[in-house]
Design a protein around this ligand. Structure first.
Ligand code: GDP
Ligand code: MG
Length: 164
C-alpha cells in the first residue's frame, strides 16, 4: 500500500485541476478502500503515492455557505485520518480568506502528518511573488503553482517525494 497524499482546501481553488495535472490528465478512480469516504477521488501516481482529492466530500449545493463550511470540515477529517502528507491548496491570486484560516486552524490542531501549502493560480510572477502572505497560516512557505499553466509542478513533486 502506497503513502497517501491528500489535497484539501475550500471550493474553487483548483484542487481537481491540480489532481488531474499531477496525475497526468488521466481519469481518477473513486476510492473504494474501507474507511475512506466514497466521495474521495484517488489515483496512484508513478507507483510512488496515492493522490486523494477530498474536494467532493459533502459537496454543497450552490448558495449554501454553511454547507460549504461543513464540507471542508469533513474533508479535513478524512485527510487527517487517512493521509501521510496533506497539501492545503489555496488561491494565490485571492490571498488568505477566512475559510483558509479555518481549515489551517483545524489542521494545526489535528494533523499528525506534514502539511504544506500549495498556492495555485500563480499564473505569472507577480502572483508567485505574493505568496509569502500564506506564511501566516503556520505551515511555512507556500509552493507557488499553476495547475492551468503547468508552473511549479516539478517543485511540487520534489516536496511530495521528500515528505513521503
Ligand atoms: P476545486 O473546487 O478546488 O476542485 O477547483 P477546480 O479544480 O474545480 O477549479 C476551479 C476553477 O479554477 C476552474 O474554473 C478552473 O479552471 C480554475 N483553475 C484551476 N487551476 C487554475 C490555475 O492554475 N490558474 C487559473 N487561472 N485558473 C485555475
Ligand atoms: Mg473539485
Amino acid at each position: 500500500v502506497l503513502p497517501k497524499v491528500a489535497l484539501v482546501g475550500r471550493p474553487n481553488v483548483g484542487k481537481s485541476r491540480l489532481f488531474n495535472r499531477i496525475c497526468g490528465g488521466r481519469d481518477a478512480i473513486v476510492h473504494d478502500k474501507p474507511g475512506v469516504t466514497r466521495d474521495v477521488m484517488a489515483r496512484d501516481v508513478d507507483g510512488r503515492f496515492t493522490l486523494l482529492d477530498t474536494g467532493g466530500i459533502g459537496l454543497p449545493e450552490k448558495d449554501a455557505p454553511s454547507k460549504i463550511v461543513q464540507a471542508v470540515e469533513e474533508q479535513v477529517f478524512v485527510a487527517v485520518e487517512s493521509s501521510d502528507l496533506i497539501l492545503l491548496v489555496v488561491d494565490g491570486r485571492e490571498g488568505v480568506v477566512p475559510l483558509d484560516e479555518e481549515i489551517a486552524a483545524r489542521l494545526r490542531k489535528n494533523a499528525r502528518c506534514p502539511v504544506h501549502i500549495v498556492a495555485n493560480k500563480c499564473d505569472n510572477e507577480r502572483v508567485s511573488d505574493s505568496v509569502h502572505e500564506f506564511n501566516r497560516l503556520g505551515f511555512g512557505e507556500a509552493i507557488p503553482v499553476s495547475a492551468e499553466h503547468r508552473v511549479g509542478i516539478g517543485q511540487l513533486f520534489k516536496t511530495i517525494h521528500s515528505n513521503i
